[in-house]
Design a binder for this molecule. Structure first.
Ligand code: FE2
Length: 367
């Protein structure tokens, strides 16, 4: 522990007295006779405490204390003022010059060593408090850094999880789409139907300027719209001739069955509703729930129009296909009864702009 004390005092008798008393107490005492040499000495020995006489030649004690406090390496060195002055306000001046205390001359020799001990122990206390504060600061800084690292690694993990979740979703979708496709491919009359319905739905959706989120939902719903037919007896669908009432009953189940197949996949909520209602009509006479057209999801109405159009321009075992022009005319004829008027308008406009019998995409592959 540093036990050196610098006394800045012009009176030799006083210096001798202080030195004798403090050395007897175990302190090392250094002297300076005026303010400037006192500052130099303080920089040289870096004492544990400075005793500053206020009435000294040259710089007075206040000025010397102020200058010492402005020196970086001495800013924490405690200074105790010693003065014979009893003028009102001296104590305040000492404190504002940076002194931690004030001893009145003549010095009470009996109390003096204890007073110095107290000033120094106060200093120790404040040093240890400062140390503790700095430890706490370091600790909280380390904590914040560790917390930031944890948050960052959590963010990375969340991103990885989200990416994995998306991958899993895509796998589910691909499996479901493959199943639907496989079912359609079993019959040359229905092969490629879902792909073509997806094509028309997406083109109409874009033509109607739907946002990318809606186009994504539309794509998924159109691809999977007939997935419920996996459970329906296909011989009904593909048999030559018209379906009887019982077979129709079976057929009408496929939207609901499709919705039930995909229902457990939470990320397909809107798609499930579109699939359930892709045979609902605008006038509320469709199946399975005879939903009023105005309550239908617009995307569902788009899938329905695209589905009907592709069915009309494709051959079936029980009937020949019609031309795109005739299919468009049929859509227009049933606008407002079977089909959503706005969707039909968009469909017709789109086909007119493309050329009504345009055969891009998979139309040519329809039998
Ligand atoms: Fe369908």
């Amino acid at each position: 522990m540093n036990r050196s004390i610098l006394q800045i005092e012009d009176n030799e008798a006083n210096r001798t007295l202080v030195r004798r008393v403090l050395e007897a107490r175990g302190y090392s005492v250094f002297d300076a006779e005026d303010g400037l040499s006192g500052i130099r000495k303080a920089q040289e020995i870096k004492p544990a405490l400075i005793l500053m006489d206020i009435n000294i030649p040259g710089l007075d004690g206040y000025e010397a204390a102020t200058r010492i406090k402005s020196i970086k390496e001495l800013e924490n060195t405690p200074i105790v003022a010693i003065t014979a002055s009893t003028m009102h306000g001296d104590r305040e001046r000492c404190l504002s010059a940076g002194c931690i205390g004030y001893i009145q001359k003549p010095i009470d020799i009996k109390r003096f060593p204890e007073q110095i001990d107290e000033f120094l122990s106060g200093r120790e206390e404040s040093l240890s408090l400062e140390e503790e504060r700095s430890h706490l600061k370091d600790y909280s800084h380390r904590l914040v850094t560790r917390l930031q690292e944890k948050v960052m690694s959590l963010e990375v993990k969340t991103q990885q999880l989200e990416a994995r979740e998306k991958e899993t979703e895509e796998i589910y979708l691909n499996v479901m789409a493959s199943l639907t496709k496989a079912m359609e491919e079993k019959d040359s009359y229905t092969a490629g139907h879902s792909d073509r319905v997806t094509y028309y739905s997406v083109e109409i959706g874009k033509f109607m300027e739907l946002g990318s989120d809606k186009i994504k939902v539309l794509t998924r719903a159109a691809k999977l719209h007939d997935i419920g037919k996996l459970v329906v007896d296909l011989s009904h669908i593909n048999k030559p001739g018209k379906l009887d009432e019982e077979e129709w009953e079976q057929m009408r189940r496929h939207p609901e069955v499709g919705a039930n197949i995909l229902g457990p996949l939470g990320f397909l909520k809107e798609e499930v509703e579109i699939i359930r209602s892709h045979h609902e009509r605008w006038d509320g006479t469709g199946y399975p729930n005879r939903v009023d057209g105005k309550k239908l999801n617009l995307l569902s109405c788009i899938v329905m129009a695209a589905d009907s159009y592709d069915a009309m321009v494709s051959n079936r075992r029980y009937r020949a296909r019609v031309s795109p022009k005739e299919a468009i005319a049929e859509l227009e004829r049933c606008k407002g009864s079977q089909y959503h008027p706005v969707v039909v308008d968009a469909f017709v406009e789109f086909m007119n702009r493309k050329g009504i019998d345009h055969r891009e995409h998979l139309l040519l592959s329809a039998p």
